[in-house]
Design a binder for this molecule. Sequence first.
Ligand code: FAD
Length: 438
Amino acid sequence: CFCQVTGDLEDCACDVETIDGFNNDQLFPKLQTLLESDYFRFYKVNLNKPCPFWKVQSHCGLKLCAVQPCSPNEVPEGIRSPSHNKYSAEANDNQDTCEQEKHLGAVDVSLSNETREALLSWSKHDDEAERFCVVDDEESPDSQYVDLLLNPERYTGYKGPEAWQIWNSIYEENCFKPSTIQRPLIPGLFQSSSGNEAKSFYNWLEGQCVEKRAFYRLISGLHASINIHLSARYLLDDSWFQRKWGHNVTEFRQRFDSELTAGEGPKRLRNLYFLYLIELRALAKVLPFFQQPSFRLYTGRPAEDQKHKELLLDILQQARNFPLHFDETSLFTGDEIEGAKLKEDIRLAFLNISRIMDCVGCFKCRLWGKLQTQGLGTALKILFSERQIEALKPKSSGERPSFQLSRQEIVSLLNAFGRISTSIRELKNFRALLAEER
Ligand code: FAD
C-alpha cells in the first residue's frame, strides 16, 4: 500500500525494509559516485535574491551558514558554456547554433524578427507553464556556481523564530490548510499542540483529496530529511584546535522519537519514505529522456562524460526495476477540468514554496533548500509529463523535443534525490546507535 496514496494516510503497512535494502545496498553507493562527478557537483544558484514576502534578517554572521562560491576557473569550461547549459538533450547536436535558433527549432529562419521574438517568448512561456519551481536566472550577475561537495548540508545553528517562520509559512500558507486547523507541533521551543489539535488536524487531512494529502506529506518528508541531516552531521566539538562533526543521537531522538514527539516523529519518517518513492518514480519515468543518443552530461571531457552517462543510466534503470513503485496514476485522474485545476493549484503552491526559499536567512540552508525544492519540482514536472516523455523519439533535424530538462534541473533532481537517499541511509546508522545505547 506504500505504492498507492489512495488509502488513509495511516493505512500504509510501510515496507520499509524493502526500501532500506534497495536504497542502502544498491542505489546509495552508486549515487554517491555520480554526485561526486564534475557535472553534478557544480550547481548554479542565486543566493542573493531578495525575499519577496518579508524583510529577512541575515544570518551570514553565523560562520556555519557561509557558502563558498567557486571562482570561475574552478568550474570546467564545458559546464560554463551557455550552449551546453540550457537544454541538455539538444545542445550537443547543434553546438554552433545560437540559443535563439535552438528555441525556434524548425521554424523558417527567414521569419521576420517580430515573429521570431513572438515565437521565442511563447517557447519561454511554455517552459514556465510546465515548471513547479521558480528557476534562478542563470545569466544574472548574482548567480554563482557553488561546489556542493565543499558546502555540505549539515548543522548550521540556524534555528529559532526565523527558521520556524519559514516552515510555518510553507505549511500554513501553502498546504491548503484553513487557519482554524492547527498543524501538530512538537512540544518545545515555540508552540506545542494538544492531542485534540493533532486529532483535528489529521481528521481534516483525511477529508482532503488525495493530491492535497500527498502534497503535505512531500513537504513534511523534506522537512524530516533536512532535520535528519543536521542531526547526522552535527557540530560535536568546536574547540580552537579542532572541529568535529558527527551523529547527535539526542538531537535525533528529540525530533523523531515517538514518545518525545507525541507520536509525530514516526509519521514524519514515513513521510520521508513517501517522498523517496515519489522522487524514485520520477527517476524511473525520465529514463527515456536520458537515453536519447543526443544527451550527454557535458563537461568538455568526452571519456569522463560518457562514463558518467552510463552510470546515470544504470541508476535510472535500477530505479525502474524497483518492485514497489508508487502509482501516481491515482493522482489527477478525476474530472478532467477539476483535475487540471487541482494540478495547477499544486503547481502554483509549489512555485510559492520555492520563492519562500529566498527568505531563508542562513545561506547554507538557503542553498540546500533551493536545490531540494527545485529537485522536487523537477520530479513533479516529470511525473506530470508522462506522455511527452514517452513520445520522445529520435528527432529530425532542428525539431525541438516537447520535453526538456535544463542542466540546473538535472543537477537539482539527482542531488535532491541524493539527499533523501542519504537520509534513508542515515536512519540505519541512527537505529544502530540507538540500539547501542539500550
Ligand atoms: P523545526 O524543524 O524548525 O520545526 C518547526 C515546527 O514544525 C516544529 O514545531 C515541529 O513540531 C514541526 N515539524 C518538525 N518536523 C516536521 C515534519 N517533518 N513534518 C511536519 N512538521 C514538522 N538547520 C541546519 O542546522 N542545517 C541546515 O542545513 C538547515 N536547513 C534548513 C533549510 C530550510 C529551508 C529551513 C526552513 C530550515 C533549515 N534548518 C537547517 C533549520 C532546521 O530545519 C530547524 O528549523 C531548526 O533546527 C530548528 O528546529 P526546531 O526543533 O525548532 O523545529
